[in-house]
Design a binder for this molecule. Structure first.
Ligand code: SF4
Length: 205
């Protein structure tokens, strides 16, 4: 079924982005991942190779994964948008809407315990009211998934303050997973039910 989605992405012409991209980047990794990483859209190197997170930011992501004891092939990595926007511009609303079904279906099949969103754009895909500077490093229940927003590795490489926050949040991923697996999740949900924010989302950490 994942292969079927990849095939559909490869032949997709539902928005204009396929016209300027070199290759589609459907996403890749374990078929049974506990953790899924979701970024915004392919960049230059991803467009050239057809693989997600293979440039400088991707190598940094691999390094961070190694620090928490994971290999790239043990997780799944993908993007909200499957073809590179020209000059890395922000994806447009109609492009996001057109591409939405692919990630939605991929996540239904992968059924991860935790989705780590990389950067503001990916966080807002699941949690539109979110603010990355406020919500990064918090476990959020949104859209039926456990979402853990962190800064994008590219932002970390550009900005020392974000780098520190990114590394700090990344190192907490195993503890967040453990918390979910131990069922602390439900207890926290009850405790924090009173703290439900105005946007109606539960902030669990
Ligand atoms: S970006 Fe998404 S919707 Fe647009 S052509 Fe590519 S796969 Fe299709």
């Amino acid at each position: 079924m994942l292969k079927e989605i990849e095939k559909n992405v490869k032949g997709c012409q539902k928005c204009r982005l396929y016209k300027t991209a070199l290759n589609p980047v459907p996403g890749e990794g374990s078929k049974f991942p506990k953790i899924v990483f979701v970024g915004e859209a392919p960049g230059k190197y991803e467009d050239e190779s057809g693989r997600p997170f293979v440039g400088r930011a991707g190598k940094f992501l691999d390094t961070l994964l190694g620090k928490i004891g994971y290999k790239r092939e043990e997780v799944w990595i993908g993007n909200v948008i499957k073809h590179r926007p020209p000059e890395n511009r922000d994806p447009l609303p109609d492009e996001i809407a057109a591409c939405k079904e692919y990630l939605t279906l991929q996540l239904q099949i992968l059924s991860p315990t935790l989705i780590v969103t990389l950067g503001r754009f990916a966080m807002n895909y699941f949690y539109p009211e979110g603010k990355i500077s406020r919500d990064r490093g918090r476990l959020i229940r949104a859209g039926g998934y456990n979402i853990f927003p962190i800064y994008h590795p590219a932002a970390g490489l550009r900005n020392p303050r974000m780098l520190e926050a990114l590394e700090e949040d990344f190192m907490r991923i195993p503890a967040v997973l453990k918390k979910i697996n131990q069922g602390d999740f439900e207890r926290d949900s009850e405790v924090k039910e009173d703290d439900k924010s105005a946007d109606g989302q539960l902030h669990l950490l």
